[in-house]
Design a protein around this ligand. Structure first.
Ligand code: AHR
Ligand code: AHR
Length: 521
């Protein structure tokens, strides 16, 4: 079991006995626990600090102790209907089982992330801005609802998985800071899921979805872009997207006070007021926040005073730049510049809640499990499905305990719920997060999920019992006569007889039968 803060373990134990606990400032109130009515959420803490939430978004939990509405809405591919996903209890955790049953046997996207603040600042599909997205009309993709499984407070939940091309926005908000007005924001993100594309943001942006100039944005950025600013090390960094610049401190370019941070669960904070702004961050599973910058506005023109416009973005840049990647679990925007003490109390609340990676196992076809897939044909029983390092092809090659760590990791896969059909499976690379086994022209490749429905189909395989009587066979969801097969040590989807050389009936049954083994790494 992973090490959790004691507050979390005690809280879990108390919750298991049905006792409600107060987490004022994230500290358990000991003997008072049974007499306290409600658990505080981050927005209760911000309100006590005099800087109330004006937008509150989460797919995993309530952000107010009294919230009992919907967290988000999903839409399923099978019939295009939608369903609101709510809470297990007032102030509690997402009812992920409701999503699981609604999306069973099909795929779902997240269509709305509801605002819990009462201001109606919901996030929905980002529409075409200065830059076009990959969806119809130049709009951005919606997030696949099963792609960021997580455990929060011991409960299954899903985050918002932003593949490149995915984005959410609200250009018509209420209560969000404009001009040089003060505001704060935090987000809990997956610190292991990022890229250098512009711009995985959460926060304040232009209402026109175009770049209207320096200082027209104030958003949390997370990733390893070095195109504008950057911090020490190789990244990723928490920075502020202030428009025409990701800022890591007062200078454009390098500010070495902003370190690389990549906790699995990462708290990221940006706040700004008249000629003062800060970057703060911490491990969302334990410990406090560090301040990486707090001081004057950037020393280049256009950012003092600020010209905030008050739209809200998630997963994109202000002008709908949409090549970034990341995962969002929860976040808020406030009215007023929160004190460090208020934010420290919010961080204590977050760590007490207990985010952890979704339940994992090894060696089985249960989502979350790590596996290696072993060939069964007599030629090749020491061979495993692995991706090449030199290119994106997928082959079989012998892996033994003496193999290099890289070879072992190349032959290890994380089983995921099928991106196009949750009753089937997808295989994510153990050493290249966000990259999946997918076919293209019937040959297998390891590619980054581009968030599109074709990719999801190409990356979804439905397990059946092995055609040879051994192990499993994996049927392509969009070419149901074809199964994962090795042929000449390369991996394809192949039919039993067909136009491609790899459809050869000779040893098809054995070549399409795979053992699901303990992972090599
Ligand atoms: O500030 C970085 C990016 O620059 C913004 O997100 C985008 O609007 C512009 O392209
Ligand atoms: O992939 C190795 C072998 O190549 C397969 O067993 C056979 O179908 C092909 O000749």
């Amino acid at each position: 079991m992973s090490k959790r803060p004691w507050t979390h373990r005690i809280r879990r134990a108390l919750l298991a006995t049905g006792t409600t606990v107060a987490l004022a400032a994230g500290v358990l109130t000991g003997t008072a626990a049974t007499s306290q009515a409600a658990t505080q959420g981050p927005c209760d803490i911000y309100a006590s600090g005099g800087t109330p939430c004006v937008a509150a978004h989460s797919t995993t939990r309530a952000l107010y102790g009294s919230y009992n509405g919907a967290l988000y809405q999903v839409k399923r591919a099978s019939d295009g209907t939608t369903k609101d996903i709510g809470l297990l209890s007032t102030g509690g955790y997402a009812d992920a089982a409701a999503q699981d049953s609604f999306c069973a046997g099909t795929s779902c996207v997240i269509t709305v992330i509801y605002d819990q603040s009462g201001n109606g600042n919901n996030l929905t599909q980002a529409l075409k801005g200065y830059w076009s997205g990959p969806a119809a009309g130049g709009n951005d993709n919606l997030a696949n609802a099963v792609e960021a499984p997580v455990t929060v407070g011991g409960h299954e939940a899903y985050g918002v998985y932003i593949a490149p091309g995915t984005g959410y926005r609200n250009n018509n908000t209420k209560g969000i800071a404009t001009g040089d007005q003060p505001e704060g924001m935090y987000a809990v993100l997956d610190g292991s899921h990022y890229n250098g594309g512009c711009c995985f943001d959460y926060g304040n942006a232009e209402t026109s979805s175009t770049d209207t100039g320096n200082g027209h944005m104030e958003a949390i950025y997370f990733g390893n872009s070095t195109g504008w600013g950057y911090g020490s090390g190789k990244g990723p960094w928490v920075m502020a997207d202030l428009e025409n610049g990701l800022f890591s401190g007062v200078n454009r370019g390098l500010n070495s006070g902003d370190p690389s941070v990549s906790n699995r669960f990462q708290t990221a904070i940006v706040k700004g007021t008249a000629n003062l702004w800060s970057i703060r961050a911490g491990n969302a599973q334990s410990g406090g926040l560090s301040t990486y910058y707090s001081g004057a506005r950037p020393n280049v023109s256009g950012y003092n005073p600020m010209h905030k416009e008050g739209a809200i973005i998630l997963g994109i840049g202000g002008d709908n730049s949409n090549s970034s990647a990341g995962t969002f679990y929860e976040g808020v925007m406030t009215s007023g510049y929160p004190s460090d003490a208020t934010e420290n109390a919010v961080q204590a609340n977050i760590t007490a809640v207990g985010y952890s990676s979704a339940a994992t196992g090894t060696g089985s076809l249960t989502p979350g499990s790590r596996v290696s897939l072993q060939a069964t044909t007599a030629c090749c029983t020491s061979d495993y499905i692995r991706h090449d390092d030199a290119d994106s092809k997928v082959v079989i090659s012998p892996i033994t305990s003496a193999s290099s760590a890289v070879d072992k990791a190349d032959a290890s896969w994380i089983v995921r719920a099928g991106l196009a059909d949750t009753s089937c499976l997808s295989f994510e690379s153990a050493n290249n997060p966000g990259q999946f086994l997918r076919h293209s022209n019937f040959e297998l490749y390891l590619n980054t999920d581009n968030g599109g429905s074709s990719f999801a189909q190409d990356a979804t395989f439905c397990p059946t019992s092995g055609h040879s009587g051994q192990g499993f066979s994996f049927q392509s969801v969009n070419y149901p006569t074809k199964y994962l097969r090795h042929y000449n040590y390369t991996v394809y989807i192949a039919a039993n007889g067909g136009s491609n050389s790899w459809d050869s009936s000779t040893s098809w049954a054995a070549d399409t039968s795979w053992l699901v083994d303990q992972p090599w790494s």
